[in-house]
Ligand binder design. Structure first.
Ligand SMILES: Cc1cc2nc3c(=O)[nH]c(=O)nc-3n(C[C@H](O)[C@H](O)[C@H](O)COP(=O)(O)O)c2cc1C
Length: 325
């Protein structure tokens, strides 16, 4: 399939694996890129720019196809050394960066000078327009159903994607709730040039996480995620568990007086416990409503091939059939 995104990124299929904390290592990124999509390494998960440089080298040993790096600009108590991370990305010869969180404007000159394509992840049309204005090459439009940080506007993709299509000149991919060929075809119909998936890629053979995480996603339905940290304007969609139940209780008790310190135990340092150790009740970890559409743990190649053949059948059989006289 050829779209503005496959052309921009030099990939075979319009499918991107979004950055994911403690999931987006070289192993998963290389598997996605080898299967014809765009795999993405998550910079901050590596912990230091030096370790990111090593992960980039490792990924390059595992694939000759393009892959990207995610740089997440989130509110942090101590600012990570972003310039050094960017240096590692440039010196590693990476040609695609997915930015997320705060506006990446300050770093755009360095990325653009190095010939890097920048995809900014946005949860609103106004942020997407801002990304376009500061020179981003594409946008990943993340609807309210997404795993991770859906922003504070609560607009789902059935509205957000056509709104983005009406306003944007740069290409965008649909992110949040994407799982299969139906998602891809719907996203294309709504004006996107491809899809970005998070949660679906965790339930794959190559995802370097504990089996408990993959099994929890398969077992979950679309009703099993919760929104946390709303009062802190740092909303995150997470998988329900007893740690999250406790977090929600604290949020209820504290009301408007809630501070990050009140929920620190349920949100800080949780990712390694979940992803590496499989302690599924440890606290808040991002997961999308799309869990309700995930029923198996295929290899990345099986997943991507299945999405593409299902999309092909939908377009050329079901939809083509509908338009016949
Ligand atoms: C476990 C997990 C961790 C994530 N970590 C990050 C992250 O560190 N940076 C980021 O930009 N997005 C992160 N995301 C968001 C994904 O890149 C993607 O935008 C989102 O998962 C799309 O929604 P979906 O899960 O419905 O596919 C994360 C998502 C999940 C599920």
């Amino acid at each position: 399939m050829k779209t503005r995104i496959t052309e921009l990124l030099g990939i075979e299929h319009p499918i991107i694996q979004g950055g994911m904390h403690y999931v987006g290592y070289a192993k998963l990124a290389a598997a996605v890129s080898n299967a014809g999509g765009l795999g993405i390494i998550t910079a901050l998960t590596l912990g230091t720019p030096e370790l990111l440089a090593k992960e980039i080298s490792l990924c390059r040993e595992m694939t000759s196809k393009p892959f990207g790096v995610n740089l997440t600009f989130l509110p942090a108590f101590s600012e990570p050394p972003y310039p050094e991370y960017i240096r590692a990305i440039i010196e590693g010869g990476v040609k695609v960066v997915e930015t997320a969180g705060r506006n990446p404007q300050a770093y755009m000159p360095y990325l653009k000078q190095a010939g890097i394509k920048v995809i900014h992840k946005c949860t609103s049309v106004r942020h997407s327009l801002k990304a376009q204005a500061i020179g981003c090459d594409a946008v990943s439009v993340d609807g309210f159903e997404c795993g991770g940080h859906p922003g504070e506007d609560d607009v789902t993709n059935f509205i957000l994607l056509p709104r983005a299509a009406d306003e944007l000149k740069i290409p965008f991919v649909a992110s949040g709730g994407m799982a299969d060929g139906r998602s891809l075809v719907a996203a294309l119909a709504l004006g996107a040039e491809g899809i970005n998936m998070g949660t679906r890629f965790i339930a794959t053979k190559e995802a370097p996480v504990h089996d408990n995480v993959k099994n929890a996603i398969v077992a979950a339905s679309e009703l099993d995620t919760r929104l946390v940290m709303r009062k802190l304007h740092n909303t995150e969609r997470v998988m329900m568990n007893s740690g999250v139940e406790r977090l929600l209780e604290i949020e209820k008790q504290k009301g408007d007086a809630l501070t990050i310190a009140d929920v620190y135990e349920q949100v800080a340092g949780v990712y390694p416990k979940i992803m590496r150790d499989g302690e599924m009740e440890a606290g808040a970890w991002s997961c999308g409503m799309v869990a309700g559409l995930i029923h198996d743990i295929p290899s990345v190649r099986e997943l991507i091939d299945r999405i593409m053949s299902q999309a092909d059948a939908l377009i050329n059989q079901r939809l083509a059939g509908l338009s016949r006289p």
